[in-house]
Design a binder for this molecule. Structure first.
Ligand SMILES: Nc1nc2c(c(=O)[nH]1)N[C@H]1C(S)=C(S)[C@@H](COP(=O)(O)O)O[C@H]1N2
Ligand SMILES: [Mo]
Length: 533
């Protein structure tokens, strides 16, 4: 049945109001009652997992750690356009519009059920889809109700034909405009309420959820082996980043739209696969073990030459080799596939988790329980390997297997199965484009080659000879190392600085320029600056 009386803008507005009512209801129900039932987060996660690798890489390059905000904005724009289109359709093709809304509801429910949280944490799929069902029902009611109301109001417009003999004419033409305005007002009110429900649901989720709340109550145990901050590790140059990266500015890269909120009381780590015996560990048991501290610099394979997807922290955790020794890997095993609650996985060479390095099942970061964003209650940290093949956050599973038999999240998306960190160096001071006022230029920077260490850093001004930079103290071979160099009598005008590092094995960083895909960028970092006249 056509409702031509309803104007197009009013119909589009009604579509948006119905969508907001549906989403608000669903997110409120999910936020307050069923944390893993959020259709918004499930859809976002499906979009992330289904995006082609090039799009994800581009998003990380373009937006860095703000890539999730960018995704929400895009989703918001697309959803608004779809909702408005549904509203327009409801004006003339009510049955088709209804069916489409049901289809959207089915799609969202499927997205929710497809999330590994629903399977892994064991909440059944039926409660998980309830918020979506509730939202869709309310959305349909709003759509139908407002379209009918709007059409009835329009019938009373001068010149329009009454569609049924029973419709009252007593309202008269003078009442039609206010009536229509009241439909628009009603739609706007419903929309605002829906948006409020959405915000309240998301806020409620972050306040109510057990993980975040319980994290505050956790006191980390005394380490069996301490690692105090080493001295003299900072280069004495104004404007250098801190040697220890504070938790709140530590880079964050993951595929989770919203960090999983894991309840430490129900958290378990399961070690299985090619092992003599399965081992499981809960959080209290983990805290009772002999935990050790280690300084490890984490780096992302998506870091461009000169980039800042790298950070250094003191981690507290249980050496993974201890756990693996208890499980007893079989001789044919050569890889450990770690999995998180949200389905991410990483393939780490068994050797890197069994040798003497400080590969940790970490619970602490810079003297605090892991921040939720960085993997609370537990994550892996493995010196010498890029995060995507080693640093699984919210880790719940270690499957001992073989590179020949299994692949990990990013390997399936075009990245290398193995990801040893490449030697890298970066000039932090002066910044690109800096203007310095004297011919005395203080150069400062950071170099890393985790688990090999940094033995030397050289700097080149314009086309001059390579000069050795002064190295600050090393914090061990698993951390980055700061360096500095004072250049005298640099003449006025534009200049370029270049840097290259040599690792503890004596290998100098390659000049060859390569992109981040498939196993990390290479090339020398360059910075341009100007000395004023
Ligand atoms: N569960 C989970 N763990 C993950 C990831 C992820 O997407 N999901 N990303 C990895 C990548 S690519 C990197 S570089 C590091 C980043 O750790 P951070 O966010 O604590 O700096 O986490 C790793 N662990
Ligand atoms: Mo990464």
């Amino acid at each position: 049945m056509a409702e031509p009386g309803l104007t197009r803008p009013a119909a589009a507005l009604i579509g948006c109001a119905a969508a907001l009512a549906a989403l608000g209801t669903a997110e409120l129900l999910a936020g307050l009652l069923i944390p893993d039932g959020s259709p918004l987060l499930a859809l976002g996660a499906v979009v992330i997992d289904a995006s082609p690798a090039w799009l994800k890489d581009a998003a990380i390059t373009l937006f860095g750690t703000a890539d999730k905000i960018a995704l929400f904005v895009v989703m918001g724009v697309v959803a608004t356009a779809l909702a408005a289109a549904l509203g327009l359709l409801a004006r003339t093709r009510r049955v088709i519009a209804r069916l489409l809304v049901l289809g959207v509801g089915l799609g969202l429910a499927a997205a929710v059920v497809s999330r590994p949280e629903v399977g892994l944490v064991g909440i059944a799929w039926l409660p998980a889809v309830l918020p979506t069902v509730g939202g869709i029902v309310l959305g349909l009611l709003v759509l139908e109700g407002l379209v009918r109301r709007g059409a009835r109001a329009a019938e009373r417009q001068p010149g329009s034909q009454p569609s049924s003999p029973s419709s009252s004419s007593s309202a008269g033409s003078s009442a039609s405009a206010p009536r229509r305005r009241s439909v628009i007002g009603l739609a706007a009110t419903v929309g605002v309420l829906g948006a409020a429900g959405l915000v309240a649901g998301r806020l409620g989720a972050s306040v109510l959820h057990a993980g975040r709340r319980l994290r505050e109550t956790i006191t980390l145990p005394r380490p069996a082996r301490r690692a105090p901050r080493p001295s003299a590790v900072s280069a004495d140059v104004a404007g250098m980043p801190r040697w220890t990266t504070p938790n709140d500015t530590f880079y964050r890269i993951d595929t989770a739209l919203v960090p999983p909120d894991v309840d430490p009381r129900s958290w378990r780590l399961r070690i299985h696969g090619l092992v003599e015996r399965e081992v499981t560990l809960d959080f209290d048991e983990l805290l009772e073990r002999d935990l050790v501290e280690a300084w490890v610099t984490l780096a992302c394979v998506s870091n461009e030459v000169g980039g800042d997807l790298v950070g250094n922290a003191k981690w507290l955790g249980l050496p993974v080799r201890t756990l693996l020794a208890e499980a007893g890997p079989l001789p044919e095993a050569d890889m450990v596939l770690s999995r998180s609650t949200d389905g991410f996985s990483a393939s780490t060479p068994l050797a890197a988790l069994s040798d003497e390095r400080d590969a940790l099942l970490a619970v602490g970061m810079n003297d605090e329980p892991l921040p939720t964003e960085h993997g609370f209650p537990a994550r892996l940290v493995v010196p010498g390997l890029y995060g995507y093949v080693s640093a699984t956050k919210w880790v719940v599973e270690l499957e001992v297997t073989r590179f020949a038999d299994a692949t990990a999240y990013w390997t399936d998306r075009g990245w290398s199965a193995r990801g040893p960190i490449k030697t890298a160096s970066r000039i932090d001071v002066p910044r690109e484009g800096a203007r310095v006022s004297t011919g005395q230029v203080a150069v400062g920077g950071t170099a890393w080659a985790q688990h090999r260490g940094i033995a030397a850093v050289e700097i080149q001004l314009d086309d001059g000879a390579w000069q050795s930079a002064e190295l600050a103290a090393a914090g061990g071979i698993d951390t980055w190392r700061q360096f500095s160099l004072r250049l005298d009598d640099v003449g006025p005008g534009e200049h370029r600085l270049r840097v290259r590092a040599t690792d503890g094995d004596g290998a100098t960083q390659t000049e060859e320029v390569r992109a981040t895909v498939p196993d990390g960028a290479t090339g020398w970092h360059e910075v341009g600056f100007t000395v004023k006249d």
